[in-house]
Design a protein. Structure first.
Length: 238
């Protein structure tokens, strides 16, 4: 047995393993897609995509988190999504997905697989199983954006911050780290990142978080928020 060849194949398919849209593919199908979707790594803070360097590619996120945002004329950043492992994003007209003036930034050390337009059509859209899952992912993302738009109109800043925390804590994967010896979910976001998601300023977000900490709803640490009482936090979200 050629162990080098076996290791190469494992390295290629590793990027796609446990990604929901590929959950029922056989080994041969996985290897074919993996060969067309090479892995690429980014360090925290690096830009994966920007309006100044547009490219029609699909990113499949394997490890880390990616923030999608746009920048206003006065320099303010508006976060439109935080992408978690196991899903997709990118500029891909074939999927009805557009980045337009958006940037994509790695929030952590990140691993993605990158597919070209031609390979998306060949390997993904031609497979009814995968195409249906992609449609569902994009539908959920649109629903999330619509909900956030509604919240920005009808909810107070404190309610929006609480809603964002509840949503992010529910989205934590089952294997996400908890505080040592504890059982409370932790959200790895800075106050600035949370403020961008909730549609407020960092200063206002920090004030709201400290008030929630004083009420025993959460605990604050550098770059991390521990949810202590999710039920009361949900009530605070309105």
């Amino acid at each position: 047995m050629n162990h080098a060849t076996s290791d190469d194949e494992a390295e290629r398919t590793w990027c796609l393993a446990e990604v929901d849209i590929f959950c029922d593919l056989n080994e041969a199908e996985m290897e074919a897609i993996a060969a067309a979707a090479p892995m690429k790594t980014y360090h925290a803070g690096e830009i994966l995509y920007s309006p100044t360097q547009p490219s029609e590619v699909l990113f499949i996120l394997k490890k880390g988190r990616v923030r999608v945002f746009r920048v206003s004329a006065d320099g303010r950043a508006l976060t439109t999504a935080i992408i978690s492992p196991g899903t997709i994003f990118g500029e891909m007209v074939l999927l009805g997905q557009h980045m337009y003036d958006n940037y994509a930034e790695a929030l952590d050390d990140t691993v993605v697989c990158v597919m070209s337009r031609a390979d998306v059509h060949k390997f993904l859209l031609s497979d009814a199983r995968i195409a249906a899952r992609i449609t569902a992912i994009l539908g959920r993302r649109l629903s999330d954006l619509e909900q956030r738009l509604s919240d920005s109109v009808f909810k107070t800043v404190a309610q929006r911050v609480a809603t964002t925390l509840v949503t992010r804590s529910a989205a934590q994967p089952s294997g996400s780290p908890l505080r040592p010896g504890g059982r409370h979910p932790q959200i790895a976001l800075t106050h600035e990142q949370l403020a961008a998601l909730a549609g407020t300023s960092r200063e206002t977000c920090t004030k709201v978080l400290r008030e929630m900490e004083d009420r025993g709803l959460l605990r604050l640490a550098r770059g991390r928020i521990t949810v202590l009482d999710r039920e009361r936090l949900q009530d605070a979200a309105g």
